[in-house]
Write a protein that binds this ligand. Structure first.
Ligand code: IPM
Ligand code: MG
Length: 385
């Protein structure tokens, strides 16, 4: 896109808890990119989650949903908090996020777990187990037990109740997320590990069979392996570097990506991209969000780590706007800032400099300025995917 083109329209939905704080720092970075790289961005703001419930009685209004559909990309902070924990299921903050995912048909959730060299010591795992780690979890995001019918809680008499959720996948749903995983693996180390519970669940068996068929038909150049989800959970802490791309369903992906995030030292470092299908007009719905939640315990105190949201913006540049150079630049700035010793509380280590949310955002922008002047300072970093 040239400087003269219409600006790319980004809808920012800061949400609840630390969402607004980490979003504010990411906006600084986004505005820097918009101002310095010949790539114009325009921003709109909206409400999602508990703040939307408080204002409108629903965690996502139809108007905000329409804005999200119209935007070129959506950047989300986080949703939820104890204040809204006792709400009816249909209006809980999480439903706002789930509706965005479902209505935009964001079936492929990319969750990279990359260890920045400066943070290898911050992991609870041994340095040699995680140093240089670079894995990508591709989580199916619009199917499975999150959305399957029937669902609900029913009275079954005698003071007993029954809770039901349904794990369900079709061939098409498995193939489309499988293709995303195989295509990305081709740009990495060409290895995909497909994860399910084919030993216990029919939907898992179907998953395994369909991934195997897709692989045989279209992706023979990629090495495919299969693993049960429980074994994968164990292997992720035993020897995470055996993995390159992991493709899995919605629920296992939710759990395994939280686990993978801790390999990197902090949940506060991990970005994600949720992508839909490329449409006939070339447009692709996409939503970018940090993996960490709303962290109500530290909200409003200026101590949250904004890097996962900043790195989510970098993923937006790469996947929605085809601006890999800009994405690399943001990732390099983040790596350099960490190399220089700046640390929010969650990644603080002895001898490093404790900074606030705002100071971290400022440090990234200052580093972007330095990089733009050709003063690369610290070693180049590789991050993200
Ligand atoms: C995530 C979160 C969400 C999920 C919640 C907030 C609905 O845990 O993005 O991983 O379960 O998908
Ligand atoms: Mg989760």
């Amino acid at each position: 896109m040239s400087a003269m083109a219409t600006p790319a329209r980004v809808l920012c939905l800061p949400g609840d808890g630390i969402g607004p704080e980490v979003m504010a720092e990411t906006r600084r970075v986004a505005e820097w990119i918009g101002g310095h790289r010949g790539f114009r961005l325009s921003f709109a703001d909206g409400l999602v989650g508990g703040v939307s419930y408080d204002a409108h009685g629903t965690p996502l209004t139809d108007a905000t949903m329409r804005q999200a559909m119209d935007a070129d990309a959506v950047l989300l902070g986080a949703v939820g908090g104890p204040k809204w924990d006792n709400l009816d299921f249909q209006v809980r903050p999480e439903r706002g996020l789930l509706r965005l995912r479902k209505d935009m048909d964001l079936f492929a959730n990319l969750r990279p777990a990359t260890v920045f060299p400066a943070l290898a010591e911050a992991s609870t795992l041994k340095h040699e187990v995680v140093a240089g780690l670079d894995i990508l979890i591709v989580r199916e995001l619009t199917g499975g037990v999150y959305f399957g019918e029937p669902r609900g809680i029913a009275d079954i008499g005698n003071g007993q109740r029954r809770g039901v959720n349904t794990q369900v996948y079709t061939t098409a749903e498995i193939h489309r997320v499988g293709r995303v995983a195989f295509d990305i693996a081709r740009k990495r180390s060409r290895r995909v590990c497909s994860v399910e519970k084919a030993n216990v669940m029919e939907s898992g068996l179907l998953w395994r069979e369909e991934i195997t068929k897709l692989h045989a038909a279209e992706y023979k150049d990629v090495a495919l392996s299969h693993m049960y989800a429980d074994n994968c959970a164990m292997q992720l802490v035993r020897n995470p570097k055996q993995f390159d791309v992991i493709v899995t369903d919605n629920l296992f992906g939710d759990v395994l990506s939280d686990e993978a995030s801790m390999l990197t030292g902090s949940l506060g470092m991990l970005p994600s991209a949720s992508l839909g299908a490329r449409q006939a007009n070339g447009k692709m719905h996409a939503l970018y969000e940090p993996i960490h939640g709303s962290a109500p315990d530290i909200a409003g105190r200026g101590v949250a780590n904004p890097l996962a949201t900043i790195l989510s913006f970098a993923m937006m540049l790469r996947y929605s706007f085809d601006r890999s150079d800009d994405a690399d630049l943001v990732e390099r700035a983040v790596g350099n800032v960490l190399d220089a010793g700046a640390r929010t509380r969650d990644i603080l280590q002895p001898g490093k400099r404790l900074v606030s949310t705002k100071e971290m955002g400022e440090a990234v922008v200052t580093e972007l300025d330095a990089l733009a002047r050709g003063k690369t300072g610290a070693a180049k970093q590789k991050a993200g995917v």
